[in-house]
Design a protein around this ligand. Structure first.
Ligand SMILES: [Mn+2]
Length: 260
């Protein structure tokens, strides 16, 4: 049961989705990489190198649908020794693919384009992805639609305030690390204590956003479970589970066709 609208937090969209048209989109989501689990980072780097070696990637955009990091604190997160190999793999992929995007999730809300421009990566809150001759798909993390979760939405609004970025810049890397640790611990404890409907997507808000941006399909992560259903508006909702090492990225055409 979805709670009535009166008990919802206000919808705080991120920046407008960036329109991108390409022959293909390859999608990863919710890797939650952490320097304490270097084997997972290495496995993802291997996968990115495989993507870079595929000649077809030239016509494709590769998209991480949010929560690449388990706790992103700022540009320094990319410079941690455990991430060196991954950064190299991203650079190689960015030199071959039509585009490589890292979308912001709730765990890496502090990602800024300037942090990754030198590696050839792009940052956005969402993409309006269009395959030739197909309806547009909104690719975004999905946390913006969990409106029954007031605590989280309050935090989301706070961390996305313009002035907040400057404040976090001033507290320095040590302060941001402390903040990230606390946020992560809070999110783990709080999520365990929340009822399933508190963590649920508010589908009417999502449907309205799809209509607003002109998309017929939403592709989201965040919930760490697979879903494929029609919203009452007729739009289609695809939720991707967290990517696992050894599996292939999702292909947007296959998602639209229901082949994966
Ligand atoms: Mn998430």
């Amino acid at each position: 049961m979805i709670p009535p609208s009166s008990s919802l937090a206000p919808y705080a969209p991120g920046s407008p989705p960036v329109p991108v048209e390409a022959a293909g989109f390859r999608i990863y989501t919710d890797l939650h990489l952490d320097g304490d689990r270097p084997h997972e980072i290495a496995a993802f780097a291997i996968d990115l190198r495989q993507q870079a070696a595929d000649p077809n990637v030239e016509r494709c955009h590769v998209v991480v649908l949010g929560d690449l990091f388990d706790a992103y604190t700022g540009a320094e997160s990319w410079r941690a020794p455990a991430f060196r190999e991954l950064v190299e793999a991203f650079r190689e992929l960015a030199s071959r693919a039509a585009g490589v995007w890292v979308l912001r999730g709730n765990r890496d809300v502090l990602l800024e384009p300037a942090h990754v421009a030198e590696h050839g990566l792009r940052v956005a809150d969402g993409l309006l992805a269009r395959l030739p001759g197909r309806p547009a798909a909104l690719l975004t993390h999905g946390d913006a639609y969990c409106l029954a979760d007031h605590d989280y939405q309050k935090l989301r609004r706070l961390l996305r305030r313009r002035g907040m970025r400057r404040v976090l810049g001033l507290v320095g890397a040590g302060g941001r690390r402390l903040l990230a640790r606390r946020l992560r611990a809070h999110s783990r404890d709080a999520v365990a204590a929340k009822s399933p409907q508190e963590l649920e997507l508010h589908e009417d808000t999502l449907a309205a956003e799809l209509e607003r941006v002109g998309a017929a399909v939403a592709v989201l992560g965040h919930l760490h479970e697979a879903r494929d259903r029609r919203l009452p508006s007729g739009a289609r909702l695809r939720v991707l589970p967290a990517w696992e090492p050894g599996s292939r990225p999702w292909d947007l055409a296959a998602l639209l066709d229901g082949r994966s």
